[in-house]
Design a binder for this molecule. Sequence first.
Ligand SMILES: [Zn+2]
Ligand SMILES: [Zn+2]
Length: 305
Amino acid sequence: MVSEQSAADMFALLSDESRVDILRAVAVAQSEQNPSNSGFAPLSFSDIYERVEIDNTSKLSYHLGELAGTYLRKVENGYTFTHAGEQIVRFILAENFRQPSGIDSIETEGMCLFCGETQLEAGLDDQYFMVRCPSCEQPVTGYIVTPAQARTRSGAALLESLKRKQATEFSLVQEGICPECGGEIQTEVLDASEQPLPSEVPVSYFTIDACEACLRRYSGPLTYSAAFRPPSIAFYWDHGVDILGTGWWELHSYLRDGRWSAEQIATDPAEYRIELRHEDAVLRVFLDANARTTRTERVRGRDHD
Ligand SMILES: [Zn+2]
Ligand SMILES: [Zn+2]
């Protein structure tokens, strides 16, 4: 039974290069199919045999038998991917198992949350993309970068891809969906004054967002949690600001100059009011104890108390 197979058994199946070649061949064949077709036609036994270097058909039969049920599904006309097959073959094709290539330091404007410096430096730090402050030497923000992401991009294009990937993934997290695995995200709101944060950091509340399935964790100021939701994205879009195309290190100025603020307005159960300002317009986002949106309202500055 596939469901009883251990992860170690599952990976042991790929210890033979021929099997990895078979998965690649199926992916390449599917990508060559008519792109207007919805879904993928399975690849037949003979088509796979033509595409891989395996001595004879009985060897291919053996390897397909081993892959079937875990990485491939045997259907009427041949073989297609299981979910695991799809995931692993994309990982292999993108060569995301390699180390990201080194990149030159990129100068970028934004704001250091610690000291207010606006000229920042971005670069790779192990597998992490890091923006650092040259004045106080604090890390301003960091996010996972994939080797495939850094391989074909540099400079401004790499920064742009980073901003969009972090922003869209963080907006998914705000809807309770894990960008890594699709599992459920549970969010906890913490009071920054009870945490060991430097006092110069202008954050009153922040969230810990954790996936129960794959254990991926995200974290950010509660104001950012509110900013990456549809009403806030629309509010800023209406004012000419593309939140999903803005890097966290660029958003830090909103916190430091007080345009974004959060306060707790009820306890037991907790409720929070986040105010996001643009000139004289204000969007209020109300969040419950788990940082889920309960309601929003747009107010003009003159109505704003
Ligand atoms: Zn600094
Ligand atoms: Zn997950």
